[in-house]
Design a protein around this ligand. Structure first.
Ligand code: FAD
Length: 452
């Protein structure tokens, strides 16, 4: 009898342990289930849906080359898989481990009616496996990373199966276009199409391109005006390339790539935190912050979302995000800090906006980075350390970046563009002066402490 491979964010054929195990056992039914109900407020956002569409189309095309195909179903996972079992006689489900709380619940529901076998491979180490000497999971990144590094390098990635046997009867499948994952009116994805090639092939091309520049990563990664980072994040999020493949390829490129590898470690770390705190995307890890008086400021939130704060580096980042579905990490830190400290708006508003607009939107990584920025997390930047966006911008040489994303400022000199004394017509004045914003944030923090 055939077995089911339940694809989630592991949309690849190579180094995909669930697919390999199913292929070795006999006929394979590759399945993707779209469930928009169960994740509730974590329903997949707009940018992710655009990516998913193209990634699923690409996976189906690759499967067809092996004589197979991708079955698409919509609804609750355990109900859909049970229906496929009735349609085909398949009794075993193979899948890779994921740590989003809604998916862990779905696995339990599936296990009630079918045998489900979970494999590793979407992280460098199985979540929960990296523990301290006393057997406790780590809360802080640095010791986590040291312990993870001790287990590296990861095993060599396995190849894609050479062929896949089909079941006697294929179950019914939805049509991808009927899922309406792509934007129509307005079509905001023009910039996405220019920037990205979703799918396993696009991921491997990105990796090759980066491997040639990996050695310069350490010097260049904080400079948004140049392409110093890998831009692999959406490919890694959707699992179009495995982290072991990325590790092995970059390590083989030679040179000093440790800093890059430790960034991959952050990705594992985020899952390790989510496993310990499943509500990390919505609850302050430090409860004292439940008493912080965030401002209710719909206008300020909108100005931030649209890149109209009057702070050039913040506006450039927010517009890059809207246009391409991605933002440079240094600028993510500056823009996120601006929302939380300068506007004193609850980090969860920012987390939600990123969730909807990032092509790499990831439950663990997004929550961990937002809570880190806000100072509310288990491993945190302190709230009272307030980043000065106008100082950060020249420090990281962002003039070219601002010129690209904020055309109103394009004519200003490198010296003026970070903080224009006379903003050109068409560019907004600062939404709040830096000194005032800083004092307001510190006062709110003091008030929170006074209540303790
Ligand atoms: P590179 O610098 O080339 O790094 C390689 C890979 O390492 C990345 O592709 C990513 O998988 C991983 N990585 C790097 N930095 C981090 C990090 N700080 N945390 C976790 N993983 C990391 N990253 C996401 O993948 N999804 C998110 O939803 C997300 N939300 C963020 C929100 C905020 C407020 C901030 C400050 C950062 C967020 N990040 C998120 C982390 C980071 O900004 C991106 O992973 C990175 O910019 C992706 O670009 P890259 O692939 O060129 O990264």
């Amino acid at each position: 009898e055939p077995s089911i491979v339940w694809f989630r964010r592991d949309l690849r054929l190579a180094d995909q342990a669930a697919l390999l195990a199913a292929a070795q056992a006999g006929a394979v039914i590759p399945v993707y289930v779209l469930d928009d109900e169960t994740p509730k407020h974590c329903r997949m956002g707009g940018a992710s849906r655009w990516w998913l569409y193209h990634s699923l189309a690409s996976l189906d095309a690759s499967l067809r080359k092996l004589g197979s195909r991708l079955i698409l179903r919509r609804g609750k996972v355990h109900e859909e898989l049970a229906a496929i079992r009735r349609e085909t006689g398949a009794r075993v489900v193979h899948a890779l481990h994921h740590y989003e709380p809604w998916w862990r619940n779905a696995e339990k529901a599936v296990a009630k009616t079918m045998q489900i076998v979970l494999h590793d491979g979407n992280y460098l180490a199985p979540a929960g496996a990296v523990k301290s000497g006393s057997g406790a999971p780590y809360k802080i990144f640095t010791p986590f990373w040291h312990a993870l590094k001790d287990r590296m390098p990861p095993a060599h990635p396995s190849e894609a199966p050479a062929k896949l046997d089909s079941p006697e009867h294929w179950p019914a499948s939805d049509k991808l276009d009927d899922w309406k994952l792509l934007p129509t009116a307005p079509d905001w994805a023009g910039g996405f199409r220019e920037e990205w090639t979703p799918g396993e092939k696009g991921a491997l091309e990105r990796l090759e391109d980066f491997a040639d520049r990996a050695e310069r990563y350490e010097q260049c990664r904080n400079l948004p005006s140049i392409e110093g980072t890998s831009r692999l994040s959406p490919h890694l999020h959707f699992g179009e390339v495995s982290p072991s493949t990325v590790w092995q390829r970059v390590a083989a490129a030679g040179g000093s790539v440790d800093v890059f590898l430790s960034e991959l470690g952050w990705r594992d770390y985020a899952q390790n935190v989510t496993l310990q705190f499943p509500d990390y995307g919505s609850k302050n890890a430090r409860e004292a912050y439940d008493r912080l008086q965030w401002r209710d400021d719909a206008e300020g939130l909108q100005a931030w979302q649209q890149g109209r704060t009057g702070y050039p580096i913040v506006d450039a980042g927010m517009r890059e995000l809207w246009h391409t579905g991605w933002m440079h990490n240094r600028v993510r830190m500056i823009a996120a800090s601006f929302l939380v400290k300068h506007l004193l708006i609850d980090w969860r508003e920012g987390e939600r906006w990123f969730w909807d607009t990032l092509v790499d939107a990831d439950y663990g990584s997004n929550a961990v980075n937002w809570q880190w920025t806000a100072g509310t997390g288990v491993d945190s930047n302190m709230f009272v350390r307030i980043m000065a966006p106008l100082t950060q911008s020249p420090k990281f040489d962002a003039a070219g970046y601002i010129r690209k994303w904020v055309p109103e400022l394009a004519k200003l000199s490198d010296a003026d563009i970070h903080d224009p004394v006379f903003p050109p017509q068409g560019y907004v004045p600062k939404i709040v002066p830096h000194a005032e914003a800083r004092a307001r944030a510190l006062a709110a923090h003091d008030a929170m402490k006074a209540q303790a």
